[in-house]
Every structure is written in structure tokens, then in C-alpha cells.
Design a protein around this ligand. Sequence first.
Ligand code: GLA
Length: 729
Amino acid sequence: MPIIATENYFRLDTKTTSYIFCVHKEKYLAHLYWGRRLPEPSNLAHLVDTEITRRPSFTTNIIGSPAYLEDTPLEFACCGTGDNREPVFHAVNPDGSTVCEFCYEGYHLSSGKPKLEGLPATYSENPGESQTLEIITKDPRTGLRAILSYSIFDGSDAIARSIRYKNSGSEIVEILNPGSMGIDLWGLDYKILHLHGDHMRERNVEVVPVTNGLYSIESKRGHSSHMQNPFVALLRGTDEANMEHSGEAFGFSLVYSGNFRAIVEGSRGGSTRVAMGINPFNFHWLLAPGGTFQTPEVVLAYSASGLDGLSAVYHPLYRSCLCRGKFKDKQRPMLINNWEATGMHFTEKKILEIAKAGAEIGLELLVLDDGWFGHRDNDLSSLGDWVVNKEKLPNGLSGLAHNTNSLGLQFGLWFEPEMVSPDSDLYRAHPDYCLHAEGRPRTEGRNQLVLDFSKPEVRELVISSVTDILHSANITYVKWDCNRNINETAYLGHAHKHMLGVYEVMEKITSAFPDVLFEGCSGGGGRFDPGMLYYMPQTWTSDNTDPVDRIKIQHGTSIVYPPSSMVAHIGRTETGKHEFNQSLHFRALVAMCFNFGFQLDLSNFSDEEKEQSKEYVKTYRKIREVVQFGDFHRLESPFAPDGYASWIAVRQDKAKAVAFFFQTRPHRNGPDRRVRLRGLDPGKQYLFNSFDGSACVRFGAELMEAGLKVPMNEDATMIILETPRKYNP
Ligand code: GLA
């Protein structure tokens, strides 16, 4: 059995790892080990023997109990019992005190993974494919229970952790910090890797050392945000130059799209605490007797082979056990989106011209972006009024969809359902429907306000208006946007209630339209998080389509998120089309590594550009399965100073692979570039057209160990590798 549970010792064995904790001094949950799989039996309880390690002064214990919690690596840390590090849970008891002592009561082991009420989470389709351990703890004085849940999945090195707080007492408990999980890892010699940025600069990679003190990664913007992604990794035994393929990596990824916080605390006792969950900032929850509070889950992943191994845990899990619906395993359509071509100034004729040009080069879907409703000619109006603008589209959406379909393309539509413009019929009728603080001015972002999804009447209205539009025409794709963050909420905990409402609306709409492919978006990648992927299997990665910037954005995003979830388009370019790093070729290759499409005025393309684009579409059709669903490896990092980046996608049977090589700045007379490929079958012979067009045959082992010489005179190149029978009898 992969989970071995006894009354006081718990061991979770995943594909290649062991995760072990115990009940310490008959009460507390102490963390013992997380890393490479250990032999059985092994008992590590001696590692939390605080009699040996206890510091002589400023260490507290509870009278009569020899547990020195500040010197104990814990699995779950509360407040007021001797541990002065950052707690995972913090609450006000009915008597006004904040002491909480969650004592071990028992455990429950089951096959399968229960749903988390109201929240997105990983799942397994068949109970035999996952197993869940619940550890039940209780604060004896208030009766509050914390039920810690651990799920593991067949063939995966991930562990999904969350906590359910249940008030089994007779009075209200006020939760201030509802942590989802905590862990104290042994040692301080870790580096923290996280993904930060801004609008147009999402998920850049930063690596900083763990220090003696607190490091926090968080969002207080109501959404997971462009600025910080709800993900953190600890790296050990490696450095930034080698972290892809060496050293240990411990990953923590929160399945939540609202305010979050991850803390990393180097403590005096020589361990490093990681805790993650909803941000306690502006949070407060009254938990009535009998009530439960379900926290979002954190997906933990371990790799003994650097970040590459960590991605190899997250990608398949998120693709198959987080994304849902028929599109999760389906090849995604190549599309043309009109946004960068026309903005909101378009006519039906113009859109159909773009669609026709798209059809001519072999695209499969036209997406009509912002500006089709109300009187929206700029971003000052009409959000909330989801009524087609007949001046722009005299034949309505159904006419446009019909005409698009006649060209051989599917039809998709942009929405921003969570927002309302002050200049809209909806706002004039219901000024109280938006998030605001009574008697104070309302903040605008991109001239818009956020609808308060904690209100049932708002949720119902949004569901019915989106549903009506989706029924009104043959729409098979929706781009669901969200173009501002939340500033003002009316009470503590409001942001979480709003988020639960957003999830409820997404659940209802996406399940009512199982044949529609939904794509998440938030000013580009401002809500590229696992919570969103539960409802929508792909996300517009960034509004920035400059290919050099995009390489960084896509590289950082790929650490956690699978290629099938990342949407990448050829955008228009401001500079001359033949300049270094701006050619159609360079832009195409940067976009072809993920879910490929175009976002420019194809109807203005020259014949030469059209012919070139046709070739990209043809090539993408050949490699689509591999790049969207293959194993993805980062080979060279655009964050390194040498100005190179490269990636490879390898089909799961290793019989086909596609490698992309980029130069993000010109290298005149630079040193020779040799790249070691990854993920191939060492014993198979791969056939590919080399950079000069000649056919080459090389063993996977040669390509991975000795490497491949990549030319210096091209900013973007790709090779497709195959293993024909002829060379592999
Ligand atoms: C956001 C999106 C863009 C586009 C615009 C439309 O910025 O990220 O792709 O849809 O909104 O207003």
C-alpha cells in the first residue's frame, strides 16, 4: 500500500518518494522526512527527539508535557503552545484567547480523493487511482477540529494537502488565518524559487536564498495576480545555473485564484518552514457550531533531479487530474483572434476578411474579441450589457458565426463576465452590484468595477446573460477575461466569498456547455493559476506577444503549468519585420511551442507572409500532439546571461520530439553553442533534418550526452526528430 498508517506513524510512498510524519508526545504532528523513497521498514521518530536538540533558554513547553514545539519540525503549527514561528492556523476562541492546541485524535484512510466543497482541486477519475489519508486533530478546549487531508496519485510524485476546519464546539470561533498546509523541512540550505512579474511580464523566475527570517510571496489583489504566482519551490544542492537538472526541488502550488500567501521561514532551530494558503490579510471568518471551512489545496511535488523533475510531476497531474472535460486531452484548435488587428473598431466585413485569410492559411477557429456588445468602442463602457452591437454586427452573432462556419472555421467569443462598466445599463440599474465600501469613492481599473459575486442575485444574472449569448449562436470557444484586480471589499473575508462565487458561476457555465472550449485570461496571464485550470483547460499566457519577452514568460510558466494550458500567438510587431528577433519566423517558432494561433491582421498579409504562415500551420499540425501533450523539458534558460533559450517536447513513447532553439540577442563571433537534448530514448536512433537541411541520424544518447551543435546565424530554429523503423529494427 502506498500509504502506511498506524496510530502514531504515517508514511506516504509516491512513485519515487517517501513522505513521513508522526504523532509526537502523543499529541502533536511532527514532520520527519520528505525526499527520495526510503526502504521499508524505517522508523524516523527519533529525529524529533527534542531532549537532544533543545536549546537551553527561551524554549517553552506546556506544563507537564516535555514537547518543545519550537524545536520540533512540525507538520501543523498553531499558536500559543510554545512554537513562536509563523503559524499555519490562527483564530480567536469564544473566550477571546488565541491559543490553539490541535491534538491528534485519529486517522482515516480511504481510496479515491473526495471533492473539496466549493473549491477547485485535483481529482482522480477512478477511486483505485488515488488514496487519501485524513488526520483528525482537535482543540480540547473549543472543540474545533482540523482535519488534515493528504492524497497521493498512482504513478505520480505529487501529494495534495488541504485542511478542513470543523467547529464541533458550541460557540463561534473566529478564524484569522486558515492555512492550507505547513511543513518544517530539515536544514536551512535551500534557495527559494518563485515566479513574479507584472502585466506583460508574467512569471519571471527569481531565486533567493532562505534566510533567518520570513520571506513571503503573496497576493492581496483579490486574484492570484501577474505579480506573484501561487507557487514556490525550495531548491537544495544546486545553483541557479544548474537547477534545471541537478539538486533536490520541493514544489508547493496552491489551487486557488484569490488572495494567497506562501511563507518561507528559516528558523533558529535549523529547519525551514513553508506554509501556504489563503492570505490572512483582510481575512476573517466566523465559524458557527457545526460549520466547516474548507481550505484550498496545495499540491506538493518532489524531484531529486532539479526543476525539470518538478515539472515532470506537475505537468501530467495538472493536465489529467486537474483540468476537466472533453478538451483536456484533445488537440486544441489553431486560431485567429482579431484583438491585436482591430481592437474594438471592427465591422462584420472586416472580421470575415480576417477569418477568410485565416481559413486560407489553414486555421481552424476565429475568435471575436472585445467590443461586440453594448456600445463598446473603447474601454469606457458596456461591460455587463451582454447584448450584441447591431451596428457592428448587423447579422448578430448567429449571422457572424454562420458566415465564419461557412469559411470552414469554428467561431469563438470573448467575455468579461465578472466586470461592469459605470457606463452600462447594468450599473445604472444596480449600482450596488459591484464590490465597494459604503460611503466611499469606488476605485476603477481600466474604467471598470468588479461585480460582487458573493451576491446570489449577481451570480444568477451573470449566468443567465452568458448562457443566453452562448445559446444564441454556434459558439464553440469562449475567452473568459478579467481585466482588473480587486481593491475594496466591504468586510473581512469578503474577497474569499467573492472567489467562491466566481468558482460557482464558472462551474455552472462550464458544465452547462461541455462542448465549448473555455480559455481563461486576465489582462493576459494575471490569473494563470491551478484554480482556473480546473474550469478552463487553457489560459492566454500574456498580453505581451513580443517574442523575446514571451520566451521568458513561457519559460517561467512552464515550470508549473503544462504546455497544453499555455496559449501563444504570433502577434503583430512594432518594429520592422525583418529585424533580428522580430521576423515572422522568430515569432512563429516562439508561439509554436504551445497552443498556437495568430493575433494580427491576416487580411493585410503579403503573399509571401501568407505562404510562410501556411507552412507554419502545416508544420504545427504535424507537431501539435507532441508540443501540446508531450513531455516538456527546458534546455537553456532565457534568464541566464548568455542570451539563449531552448526547449524540447518529447512524445510520451519517445518516438517523436520537437526541439526549439532561440537566440534572444545577436551573438557575433560568440562561442560555439552546443545543446544537450533531454527526454529522448538513449538507445533509439533519431532521424532529423539538420539545420543545413541535410538528413541526420543520431542515437538519443549522443544527442543527450554529447549534444547538438546549433548554428549561430539564426535567431530561431527547430528540428523534428523521429525514430523510423529503418533505423530501429
Ligand atoms: C485583455 C486581454 C486581451 C484582450 C483585451 C480586450 O487585455 O488580455 O487579450 O482580450 O483584454 O479588452
